[in-house]
Design a binder for this molecule. Structure first.
Ligand code: ADP
Length: 397
């Protein structure tokens, strides 16, 4: 087997996901395998599936083998080398959560860029160190292999200043306290496919609801991000699997000042114990909540839908009206009941659902004649990263 490929890496605190994309004769990228190493440092597991979702590997590993991100990278690379012997890896594209104010697009990582990215760690202390650990591990073993950092924040740098600033003294803005917005690679992918999937709205005013474990919404005008629900961190906006979404900062002052919460316990509460999990007491998994008879599980779903509808109203106001609403990510792509409830709550905007199309998960789920159309568009952040990495290495002299 010979050919060219791009590796995509998404490194987190306890897991590393990777996808290998191969280039065909027409220079188009196709997913070959997708794998992950879970339980890094605790109970590591290694899984790989092919492009059709067939399992190629699934095995438990000794914790001594996979203590940190660099061990997971070594494991994945060794497996890929064995499985794709003779294949030339052109580049590695990394999902990097934070690109600060400066990175408006993906970038080839050299020494200067790497040093610059390290300075952004305080803005995303939970994710950034792991993203960088993956880049560092490959730089150490294969310094010549091009690596491309693709940022979750970059696509939102087109926001007007009104959507980029908090009403704090300007010195904080200068110090980086800004509304960065996240899920940018997902929104960029959706904006990229809308001209084919939904040409009638692609150039207009669109709200994309990225509803996964992490969840946010983005207002697109002619394919450019003009506002989003997430801000300085991925905590803001709508409620999520384990994060509360928007929260009066007074709550934080109370928890720290009166209840003596430390930054670490607060971080745990806000990132891991809140949202659908905290409200339901059952799970952060929407599938389990939809099946649950627990009143709190149903309340958590009501709450999720309510705040999504509220955010859609706010973003429609920013856009000065709405042409289309797009659902994407785990819940947006797979939960017709949630889509139906959100669309119903937004009927006042002129959206009417086609119930059958919604149940079937058609691309267009609004009724004929609906003033605002509604869509289901699967996202593909990995492919977006692979395309960026490929484009940057191709552009190199
Ligand atoms: P992330 O990438 O942020 O971890 P995903 O985009 O994979 O998350 O979405 C995960 C969410 O999607 C979970 O809440 C899961 O329950 C939900 N989900 C996946 N499939 C379904 C389904 N068939 N019905 C309802 N929810 C689903």
């Amino acid at each position: 087997m010979s050919g060219h490929s791009i590796l995509v890496v998404n490194a987190g605190s306890s897991s590393l996901k990777f996808s290998l994309f191969r280039l065909d004769a027409a220079d188009t990228l196709h997913l070959a395998v997708h794998g992950q190493v879970d339980g890094i440092g605790t109970r590591p597991q290694f899984k790989v599936k092919d492009d059709a979702g067939r399992r190629l590997v699934e095995r438990e590993l000794d914790v001594a083998e996979v203590r940190e991100v660099k061990d997971a990278i070594a494991l994945a690379r060794a497996w890929l080398r064995g499985h794709f012997a003779g294949e030339t890896l052109l580049a590695v594209g990394h999902r990097v959560v934070h690109g600060g104010a400066g990175y408006t697009r993906p970038v080839l990582v050299d020494d200067a860029v790497f040093a610059d990215l390290e300075k952004l760690t305080p803005f995303a202390p939970l994710h950034h160190p792991h993203n960088l650990a993956a880049i560092r591990a490959i730089r150490e073993t294969q310094p010549q292999l091009p690596q491309v950092a693709c940022f979750d924040t970059a696509f939102h740098r087109s926001h007007p200043q009104l959507a980029d600033v908090y009403a704090l003294p300007w010195e904080y803005y200068a110090a980086g306290v800004r509304r960065y917005g996240f899920h940018g690679l997902s929104y960029e992918y959706i904006a990229g496919v809308l001209p084919q999937v939904a040409p009638e709205i692609a150039n207009g005013r669109v709200i994309v609801a990225h509803l996964g474990n992490g969840a946010s919404l983005c207002a697109l005008h002619a394919g450019k991000s003009v506002d989003s629900t997430m801000g300085f961190s991925p905590l803001d906006g709508i409620p999520m699997g384990t994060r509360p979404g928007e929260l009066d900062p007074g709550v934080l002052l109370y928890l720290v000042g009166q209840r003596g919460m430390t930054p670490a316990t607060l971080e745990n509460l806000l990132y891991k114990e809140s949202g659908l999990l905290g409200l339901s007491g059952v799970s952060n998994d929407m599938r389990l909540l939809l099946e649950s008879a627990e009143p709190h599980a149903q309340f958590a779903i009501d709450y999720f839908v309510h705040y999504i509808a509220k955010a859609i109203g706010a973003l429609a106001a920013v856009l000065g009206g709405l042409d289309g609403l797009v659902f994407t990510a785990g819940i947006g792509e797979n939960a017709p009941e949630i889509r139906a409830r959100v669309v119903k709550a937004c009927a006042w905007l002129g959206i009417a659902l086609d119930g059958e199309a919604n149940q079937r998960g058609n691309a267009c789920i609004s009724a004929a004649g609906s003033a605002v159309s509604a869509w289901v568009v699967p996202t593909n952040e990995e492919l977006m990263i692979a395309r960026h990495a490929h484009a940057l290495v191709k552009a190199e002299p």
